[in-house]
Write a protein that binds this ligand. Structure first.
Ligand code: ARG
Length: 295
């Protein structure tokens, strides 16, 4: 006999119960593109984190990056590698080189000439690795890849203000066929969207972000789209704590963003602190080093 549809309920209503225990989380296997920091250096300054007078410890930068790569692999993810170019010291920040959604690749177009050649290196990698020409787009407008694009199930978020042009929003929407939401960045320390916002769970449209990095209108948009978002403090944002990568369960983030660990655990995530102190001198951390190749 089928159970009655509206039987007497036992215990608290479902909604209240859901609030009492964290959402069950599950990691899903990812494919990432990374570029070893073999030629990493801070020889110019295009963001407030970069001071060419500060020395970089290259062997330490490499060891820190290898640790991140090995953690991804230990969690069961695939890490593809892009060959570093000796003339491109920022190439380790692979997130900026393209945006891949539904197997389609929107190439990057960099705001500063120092990084311009990285865009072709990325496109060449996709061509060599089996992507068809009709799935690749050389962009018309400046966009710095996943530095300024974030992807959830419902939207693509597109940051502008320092690097990517607001015009890249329309281009991305047409190419990917997904609604693109523009967000204005206003604090030069958070010059890319991925320094101020991180997608924790695409399927649930769940993010964490630092409201003060955005214009008042964009803050209102974020509050409307993501009412349950985890909001970071100024300290955690300043540790580049939002420059994080989530696989649905593990959230890899700068280890010094300590204030984010408990709120992430309370939501059912497993925070994993990573030390990328040398790469921070270039203004980047976990997410900047990681481009996600979404099937
Ligand atoms: N030095 C690099 C730049 O200013 C850092 C890029 C960091 N990447 C990122 N996805 N936020 O362009």
């Amino acid at each position: 006999m089928a159970p009655p549809k509206h039987g007497p309920s036992r215990g608290p209503p479902v909604r209240e119960e859901a609030r009492l225990r964290p959402t069950p989380r599950e990691s899903s296997p990812r494919r990432y593109l990374m570029c070893p920091p073999a030629h990493f250096a801070v020889t110019y300054s295009i963001n407030p984190w970069m001071d060419p007078a500060k020395p970089v410890d290259l062997p330490l930068a490499l060891a820190q990056w290898e640790d991140l790569r090995d953690r991804y692999r230990a969690f069961g993810h695939t890490v593809e590698l892009l060959d570093p170019d000796p003339g491109l010291p920022d190439m380790v920040f692979a997130a900026n080189g393209a945006t891949v959604v539904g197997g389609r690749v929107l190439g990057a177009r960099f705001a500063y000439p120092e990084r311009a050649a990285e865009a072709d290196a990325h496109l060449a990698w996709f061509r060599r690795n089996g992507w068809a020409e009709e799935d690749l787009r050389v962009p018309d407008h400046v966009n710095e890849g996943e530095g300024d694009f974030a992807v959830t199930a419902s939207w693509i978020l597109a940051g502008s203000g320092f690097r990517s042009s607001p015009l890249c929003r329309g281009e991305a929407q047409e190419f990917f066929g997904r609604p693109v939401i523009g967000l204005e960045l206003v604090d030069p320390r958070y010059y890319h969207l991925d320094t101020a916002l991180c997608v924790l769970d695409e399927e649930r449209d769940e993010v964490m972000y630092f409201p003060e990095a955005f214009s008042p209108g964009s803050r209102a948009v974020l509050a409307r789209l993501f009412p349950d978002a985890l909001r970071a403090t100024a300290e955690d944002a300043a540790a580049l704590g939002l420059n994080a990568v989530s696989d649905g369960l593990h959230v890899l983030l700068p280890q010094t963003a300590t204030g984010l660990f408990d709120p992430l655990r309370a939501r059912g995530f497993e925070p994993v602190g990573i030390d990328l102190g040398e790469l921070l001198k270039g203004g980047g951390s976990v997410k900047c080093c990681t481009q996600e190749l979404r099937p």
